[in-house]
Design a protein around this ligand. Structure first.
Ligand code: FAD
Length: 718
């Protein structure tokens, strides 16, 4: 059987800018075997600047504007590390990521755009918002546009970006009925001073049409919550102050020791910096061999050359040269659905031009929405059923890859009843209980196939998942053994990967009060991480038995991770929802377990889904249950409504008690396998509100989701 190609090189893309987004798409179409690809970006999405003015004006939604890097990385087989790079060491070949430590690379590329020095202006950091990074700006503008009663805006920096923003803001406020909106465009020189007639005249006319007030030859002295104060004493009323001037390179670039020009990374025609293993593109790079202004069009045009050169450098082939165009067509939006086209000094203005710009921008973004589905091909010669199985939905990972309850019950049914006096646990409890000289030790093991390409994040998910059984028994974590399966890779990559895994796992264990005391590592088909954990129970461990009718049911985390992870594997989940799901999965339950110490029965919600684990409590306690307010992870309901299900769904339905209630996505999500799920506790009715409030105060999204009832079965009330 053909062995998967071993991983031999780490390629790290720093920043999800325009160039890297296009490189990721190309990479997904034809990945270079043997390369592990990593993307570092502060968020799950990267805004496309061409559509920013249209978004500000209200012509586009935030989703229209955002390139979903999580989906793109899944398509490219890359891991995404959500964080900000703060340093790069070309000697050690490491990148430092805020809150994450060092990431090693063999080849790196930097596409982090620019920042703006507006925050240096007195008061700007507190009362202003720079146009870049686009993500933060868009969120603040969206809120202001929707809520403001005082439509006063000031834009500092009268270049093309500032002018576009000012016209878009004026249009948006007018569209919202603020005919009295005051939008000022402030520049220490001339507004649009870089443009020559007739383009400049037409743009100035467009600014006038939108009622934008130009303030020229003005130095800004200070920004306050309600005004911009000029050095000459004038005061400009403003409740939303932004700036598209003062483009600055990020400070850490110059600290890399790589050659720089005014703080921007200098690159040669092959887009390599002074280190052959580091490339740079887009606004953060200086094309030393043929300088160009900072514009997205160059970042976009660099993409095919960068892609070629990364592949060539990693496979010892000849590199290509980038030839930047002398001039480029600027399509400038004028607020409403009109635009001005300018190139080589000619300028035209009109609705048709806006529609043309709209088509260009939407075509650009469609490349990231319509990602082709790369389905694995069935071998020509194979046993019957192979092609269909390959053709079916790929099997889920994480807890979704768990063997179903029915097979487990049948297989474990054959196990002899424990006879040792010091083994006091019962089948169905979350962990085994050993009694040693009056001390009760709980013991459990879990392993998960990777739900993310990021081994450190996977270590956090798997460690919290395994600790869930200890916390569900009300015990304090004590020790852990780690078991790691890595796909084939060179010893260098093994070392890097294990270092990331052990660093993350030991942080989680230390936070839980446990120690990693050993482990075992092998190579295999896919990354799989597991933990065998022990805990100490000061009092009798909490089990699934003991719930009584009238108890309230408390759940400490929303459900839906199985569906979201299944959708993510198929490129169907929104990046921000995947991130929210990851964050929920890595939230430790130690404090929750302590706050639920008085629970009559408790379990953690994992592979069998909420219905399956509630069934375990009902079966062991001889009760039924009623559910009426089950919290869901963002995006889970829409995906379930769209028919996305974990491959473990059918088995979970068969394994759980009958669930009555309205059919539909909410009911289906009750059978959704959870990875790193929350604690489900049955507590005395009169203590429920207080306990739930204490959990929320401790930072848990805990909810009262229903109650224990007489009889059997689970009923869903909505
Ligand atoms: C209002 C406005 C309108 C514009 N309109 C146009 C236009 O119509 N046409 C045009 O050609 N240009 C336009 N531009 C210029 C254009 O925005 C930039 O030239 C373009 O965004 C540069 O792309 P980039 O890939 O270099 O960086 P960016 O698009 O800025 O992307 C950088 C990425 O890196 C990430 N990042 C930042 N710091 C870090 C870090 N430390 N670690 C990891 N990741 C990081 C960011 O989150 C982002 O995802 C406009 C600019 C503005 C402000």
């Amino acid at each position: 059987m053909k062995k998967p190609v071993p991983l031999t090189r780490d390629l790290v893309l720093i920043g999800g800018g325009h160039t890297h987004a296009l490189v990721l798409r190309k990479w997904g179409m034809a990945p270079l075997p043997g390369v592990r690809l990593t993307v570092i970006n502060p968020g799950p999405t990267a805004p496309y600047s061409g559509m920013l003015p249209g978004f500000v004006a209200g012509h586009y939604s935030r989703d229209d504007l955002d390139i979903d890097l999580v989906r793109l990385c899944r398509f490219a087989g890359a891991r995404i590390i959500v964080g900000r790079a703060t340093a790069l060491d070309p000697q050690a070949r490491t990148i430092t990521v805020d809150g994450r430590g060092d990431i090693a690379y063999d080849v790196a590329s930097v596409d982090v755009g620019i920042t703006s020095d507006m925050p240096m202006l007195p008061g700007f950091a507190d009362h202003g918002i720079p146009a870049k990074p686009l993500g933060r700006f868009s969120a603040r503008w969206e809120a202001f546009r929707a809520e403001t009663a005082t439509p006063q805006v000031a834009v500092i920096g009268g270049g093309v970006a500032g002018a576009e923003l000012a016209m878009a803001m004026a249009h948006a406020l007018h569209e919202r009925g603020h005919q009295d909106a005051a939008v000022h465009l402030i520049d220490r020189g001339k507004v649009l001073g870089d443009f020559a007639p007739p383009a400049r005249d037409r743009l100035l006319a467009a600014l006038d049409d939108q009622g934008v007030v130009r303030v020229e030859g003005a130095d800004v002295a200070e920004v306050t919550a309600d005004a911009v104060h000029l050095a000459d004493g004038r005061r400009i009323e403003s409740r939303f102050t932004t700036g598209a001037a003062g483009a600055q390179p990020q400070g850490w670039l110059a600290e890399t020791g790589l050659d720089c020009h005014a703080g921007y990374l200098s690159v040669g025609p092959t887009l390599q910096t002074s280190s052959a293993h580091v490339f740079a593109v887009g606004d953060c790079a200086h094309l030393g061999f043929d300088p160009r202004p900072k514009a997205g069009v160059f970042a976009v045009r660099e993409a095919p050359v960068l892609h070629h050169n990364l592949v060539a450098h990693l496979s010892n082939r000849p590199l290509r040269r980038f030839k930047p165009q002398k001039d480029y067509l600027k399509l400038i939006s004028l607020g409403g659905k009109t635009a001005l086209a300018e190139k080589l000094g000619t300028a035209r203005r009109g609705r048709l031009l806006w529609r043309w710009k709209d088509r260009i921008d939407r075509t650009f973004m469609r490349r990231f929405d319509d990602l082709p589905v790369m389905t694995p091909e069935a071998p020509a010669r194979a046993a019957t059923g192979v092609a269909e199985t390959i053709g079916r939905t790929p099997p889920c990972s994480g807890c979704g890859a768990k063997v179903g309850g029915s097979a487990l019950v049948t297989a474990l049914g054959g196990l002899p009843v424990p006879g040792r006096a010091d083994v006091v646990s019962r089948p169905g409890d979350d962990a085994a209980v050993l009694s040693m000289g009056g001390t009760q030790q709980v013991l459990s093991t879990d392993h998960l196939s990777a739900v993310t390409e990021d081994p450190a994040l996977m270590a956090r998910i798997a460690a919290n998942h395994a600790l869930g059984d200890i916390w569900a028994m009300g015990a304090a974590p004590q020790s852990a053994l780690v078991s790691v399966i890595l796909p084939r890779m060179t010893p260098a990559l093994q070392t890097r990967t294990l270092a990331e895994i052990t660093r993350a796992a030991s942080e989680v264990m230390a936070q839980a009060g446990a120690e990693i005391v050993g482990g075992h590592t092998t190579q295999g088909a896919e990354t799989t991480l597991g933990f065998t954990v022990t805990g100490l129970a000061e009092a009798a461990p909490i089990t699934v038995q003991g719930a009584v009718s009238g108890d309230a049911l408390i759940l400490t985390k929303p459900i839906g991770s199985g569906t979201i992870l299944a959708a993510e594997m198929r490129g169907l989940a929104r990046g921000p929802d995947v991130l929210a799901c990851h964050e929920a999965m890595v939230q430790g339950q130690g404090d929750a377990s302590r706050l639920l110490r008085e629970a009559r029965a408790m379990t953690d919600v994992t592979g069998f889904g909420l219905a399956g684990h509630l069934s375990a409590i009902c079966r062991a306690s001889g009760t039924g249950a009623e559910l009426d307010a089950v919290p869901l992870l963002p995006g889970a309901l829409d995906l379930a409504r769209a028919g996305v299900r974990s491959t473990l769904f059918d088995d979970n339905v068969a394994h759980a008690l009958p669930v009555t209630g309205p059919e539909g996505p909410l009911r289906d999500l009750l059978f959704d396998p959870q990875t790193g799920g929350g604690l489900l506790a049955a507590v005395a009715g009169d203590a429920a509100e207080e306990t739930c409030a204490a959990l929320c105060a401790a930072g848990y999204p805990a909810r009262l989701i229903g109650r224990v009832t007489e009889g059997t079965g689970i009923s869903l009330q909505t």
